[in-house]
Design a protein around this ligand. Sequence first.
Ligand code: GDG
Length: 471
Amino acid sequence: MSRLIIVSNRVAPISEGGPAAGGLAVGVYDALKETGGMWFGWSGEVLSSTPPHIDVVERGPVTFATIGLVRRDYDQYYRGFSNATLWPAFHYRADLIQYDRHDFEGYCRVNAWLAQQLVPLLREDDVIWVHDYHLIPFAQALRAAGVKNRLGFFLHIPFPAPQVLLSVPPHRALVEALCSFDLLGFQTVPDLRAFCEYVVHEAGGQVEAGADKAPTLVHAFGRTLRAQAYPIGVYPDEIAQLAKAGTRGKPARTMKATLHERKLIMSVDRLDYSKGLVERFRAFERLLDQVPAYRNHVSFVQIAPPTRADMHAYQDIRLRLESESGRINGRFAELDWTPIRYIHRQYERQVLAALFRQSHVGYVTPLRDGMNLVAKEYVSAQDPDDPGVLVLSRFAGAAQELTGALIVNPIDIDGMADALAQGLAMPLAERRARYRDMIAQLRENNVSVWRDNFLRDLKDGEGTAKRRAPR
Ligand code: GDG
């Protein structure tokens, strides 16, 4: 059997209970722990000048091969082109895009350098699966170094509409680089469609729909490759067990004691401007304005651990959030009740699962999101006899599958307040029916199915294998 090599910008520091905040790390770790293989990427260290060397650590079936970045590479490749250009552009935030040609050069240089570091670790029949927007030129770089292995790429974030992608100056070079892979995976069919639209209308290429749910064939830049939607999943039963066990733990008991009989609305996100946190806070405020009966009868807990905290746009969203939560709490708090408990810190996975299980509403309203694993974790963690309600943004990839959620537009503050009210008052029979529909979908398309579908299509060059289609 060929070995699986996962390449991602960041290799998660793996603790006992799995990786902490960050969807890619959670999904990739879940996928790799069953198959075994190697995970290669940045260690998270920024070095002042010493030339970095690869650190190889074996843990059970997984070999972790990590390397540090020097400051200039970190600034240009990671903070610069990846996170100040691509991240906002791919999340439809043209207003936040910053572009510097030197950063793009640094991005390409670091991709080439990382590829050179990986080459000596490779075997002939390894299957290489590259993840996310930091590593778009990685296949080109490996090919230039003579690597002939099968190369797949999965984009965890949305692929933007061509009109949005055009605002990234080297858009054509990026799409050409993507076309050096053998298989491209997107989270949803709309992402796949946006990519195909660019290929046809901007790059003069052609696409052919695959027969019987097989990947789409893409002819562009002198190559033929395949592309398909592979919605990432979770392990719902594992999360349910974690949640059940967690409710006996101290944090969950403390939460219960401090809530008294109040209902709980729960949110967990990295503190990122794509997650729609300010709009979410305002919709909760609107609920309290419009339904006074909920004052002192419902609490909203937002856990938002820090991320990319050395970037201006992230400092800005943090300040806005602090100001909004302070303002709303100032308006409505009572001596024994704080409406929004905003916590800028990370918690253990088990604690989060238990809090999801204790809550009445899971409030997941990103402005844009490739998938959003929190939505899937929330549903997984519920008690089947007395499940909570998921309020979910239509702009999360997860909304394509979780049709039993209350689907909202995060720009529509009144609409979100209405959905919160509907969720808090929803009768048990309806909650159960919606939960049953969603948990069945999560079991059918769990993270192993995601991995296996992708790897089968990657290995099977002709795409003849039958596969289950995403709903
Ligand atoms: C990217 C895409 C796509 C969060 N806070 C804590 C914590 N988390 C965990 C969550 C979840 C993960 O981090 C976040 O995943 P998401 O999918 O919600 O979002 P991104 O980080 O933006 O992930 C996204 C994903 O990749 C996978 O393809 O779904 O669209 O943007 O698992 O539970 N975990 C712990 N403590 C926290 O405080 N332990």
